[in-house]
Design a protein around this ligand. Structure first.
Ligand SMILES: Nc1ncnc2c1ncn2[C@@H]1O[C@H](COP(=O)(O)OP(=O)(O)OP(=O)(O)O)[C@@H](O)[C@H]1O
Ligand SMILES: [Mg+2]
Length: 282
């Protein structure tokens, strides 16, 4: 705790026990303002990352550098370790070897994950569900205002007093996105967030994801099974195979991207052939 505080108080003496809590609050409020003002993403460097579950060696040496603010998509056959990698990045799981660094100390609010299922609290209204994403800042005076702003960003301001049960699947995912955005994360990881949505809702959510990423500048890491989604949204597509990054494909197409363009279709074709050759080996 003291080490963490020291790193957030450069050039400042470590708080004495008497003023430790008030100082911590000031630091938190300052950090909050800093996060709101400066919403640029963090870079991510992964070196020699290994993760096993008992005798199942899932990640066998992941080396990866993601520059700040890049949009990266991760694809790979089922069970290759995509969700495991996201969970490690988000600090939700421990690893045996290697390192993950963001170039500076991070707070839990800086890194967020959005999952395929919205995971809303059924007993809380929409606005309160979004406030959950504020974590430790949930009790701060501007929690309502920040949650309202996040709901507006995802186009659901008019649903703030609804219960989750009356929302459509797409609307629930928007609430989940609002909850992920409300803390102004600097790295936002998505684990197949659109997998359960119908085709049209999916396209509108893809546009929303791209818009909030452009507006807020966080570093985005999207796990998806849909290669056309990967090339439509990402600057770069990583293919994981046999516990490593087997292919690292840059998507240079200008934004806004034209879906179904020859350029994207050709990239999609080559990524699919990498995936199929991995599949054929099993
Ligand atoms: N908590 C766990 N305990 C034991 N094994 C696990 C655990 N979590 C994941 N695994 C195993 O690790 C491997 C990778 O799982 P992971 O969920 O990361 O795959 P994935 O690439 O996300 O697959 P999918 O595309 O189906 O979501 C699988 O073999 C899985 O069974
Ligand atoms: Mg998964």
């Amino acid at each position: 705790m003291q080490t963490a505080l020291r790193t957030t108080l450069p050039e400042t003496e470590l708080a004495s026990r008497a003023n430790f809590v008030p100082q911590a609050r000031v630091v938190r409020e300052e950090r909050q303002e800093e996060r709101q003002a400066q919403t640029t993403g963090l870079p991510l460097s992964i070196r020699g990352l290994r993760k096993s579950f008992v005798d199942n060696e899932v990640l066998r040496g992941i080396d990866l550098h993601i520059p700040a603010g890049q949009f990266v998509a991760i694809v790979g056959k089922s069970g290759c370790g995509k969700s495991t990698l996201l969970r490690l990045i988000a600090g939700l799981e421990k690893f045996e070897a290697g390192s993950i660094s963001f170039g500076q100390d991070v707070q839990p609010e800086d890194i967020r994950v959005m999952f395929q299922e919205p995971r809303l609290l059924p007993w809380a209204r929409v606005l309160a569900n979004v406030e959950v994403g504020l974590g430790r800042d949930r009790s701060s005076g501007d929690a309502h205002a920040r949650a309202e702003k996040a709901l507006t960003e995802v186009g659901l301001a008019d649903k703030r007093d609804q219960w989750p049960s009356v929302l459509s699947g797409g609307q629930k995912q928007r609430v989940a996105l609002g909850r992920a955005l409300v803390s102004r994360p600097r790295v936002l990881a998505f684990d197949e967030p659109l997998g359960a949505l119908d085709a049209l809702t999916r396209i509108s959510m893809q546009r929303l994801l791209e818009r909030v990423w452009r507006d807020q500048g966080f570093t985005a890491i999207l796990v998806t099974h849909d290669v056309s989604e990967a090339v439509a949204l990402a600057d770069r597509v990583l293919v994981i195979d046999e516990g490593r990054i087997a292919h690292d494909v840059t998507v240079n197409a200008a934004r806004p991207r034209e879906r179904g363009s020859a350029e994207l279709a050709s990239l999609e074709g080559s990524i699919l052939s990498h995936l199929l050759s991995a599949e054929d080996r099993t």
